[in-house]
Design a protein around this ligand. Structure first.
Ligand code: GUN
Length: 286
């Protein structure tokens, strides 16, 4: 069994970004900039946003976190985004999800300039991803694809089962895998006989937020398991959507939680912010 070490790979990606950021600053006098908008006081969201800001700093990327109270109106939020769209120092704009219920997430995501949409959540960029065109890839599935590449895991012709059909992970993951010529099945909470789908899969990607949903008896021999879940148990311990101890001996490759997919997400956000800054440089000099 090979452990897919997202911690080590994320450090490698962050180092790649840091070198390229330094080059961009030195040669083109452009410092990549990221704005993160955090609405309300969800503890997990605040932790993620803090980690994103810290990672930007370490990579030489300018970042600013806008913290807004829960009481902010949708129009106030849209005004802030409109100003960020016009701000030349900001290459990327990220609105941390989920948003409070009185705010329409789709309207907010559509207000972000697609050229600054480093999350890849704007419908324009979602369409480009589905069409296999160059775009900002949502950070978590982007990170998973980088893991496959790094560990020499060929996807063409493989049966891949994606459990979870969220806009943030499951759907873009399925599109990327389809573009890589995998045969993709997307399961959700209504799926009848989940086990029939997972046991037919060479690769299982699980992203549902249900601790230990995936067990060894749901896997074929030598399956590859990518666990996107990060669940905090009552004990305070973090655990994935796969039962790692149960699954690990049946797998050829598996991601641990923590230390698997999680660290990749932030590294790929930095990559997207660098990409946005390079696009700005091209626009300004052509
Ligand atoms: N909430 C959970 N994951 C994400 C993400 O990748 N981006 C944003 N903006 N919010 C999230």
């Amino acid at each position: 069994m090979t452990l897919l070490d997202g911690k080590a790979l994320s450090n490698k990606v962050k180092e790649e970004v840091k070198v390229e950021v330094a080059q961009l600053i030195e040669e083109k006098k452009i410092t990549p900039g990221l704005a993160v908008i955090l609405v309300g006081n969800d503890a997990a969201s605040a932790t993620y946003v803090g980690s994103k800001a810290k990672a930007c700093k370490a990579a030489g990327i300018y970042s600013v976190v806008h913290e807004m109270p829960d009481s902010i109106t949708q129009n106030e939020l849209l005004d802030i985004i409109a100003r960020m769209n016009e701000n030349p120092a900001l290459d990327g704009i990220l609105v941390q999800l989920p948003l409070p219920k009185h705010i329409d997430t789709t309207v907010v995501l559509e207000a972000i300039d697609p050229l600054k949409d480093v999350d890849g959540f704007h419908p324009y960029n979602v369409g480009r991803l589905v069409s296999n065109l160059d775009t900002f890839l949502p950070a978590t599935p982007f990170g998973v694809m980088r893991m496959f590449e790094e560990y020499g895991i060929e996807l063409s012709g493989k049966n891949v089962c994606v459990i979870g059909s969220s806009d943030i992970v499951g759907k873009p993951m399925a599109s990327l895998l389809t573009n890589a010529k995998a045969t993709v099945t997307v399961c959700n909470s209504r799926t009848k006989d989940l086990k029939a789908h997972t046991t037919a899969a060479d690769v299982v990607v699980v992203a549902v937020g249900v601790p230990h949903l995936l067990k060894a008896d749901m896997l074929k021999e030598n399956a590859i398991v990518i666990d996107v879940g990060i669940n905090r148990l009552d004990t305070g311990k973090l655990t994935g959507d796969a039962d790692f101890e149960d699954c690990k001996d049946k797998c050829s490759h598996i991601t641990p939680v923590p230390g698997g997919v999680g660290p990749m997400t932030i590294a790929m956000l930095l990559k997207n912010t660098l990409k946005a800054a390079k696009l700005r440089e091209k626009r300004e000099h052509n």
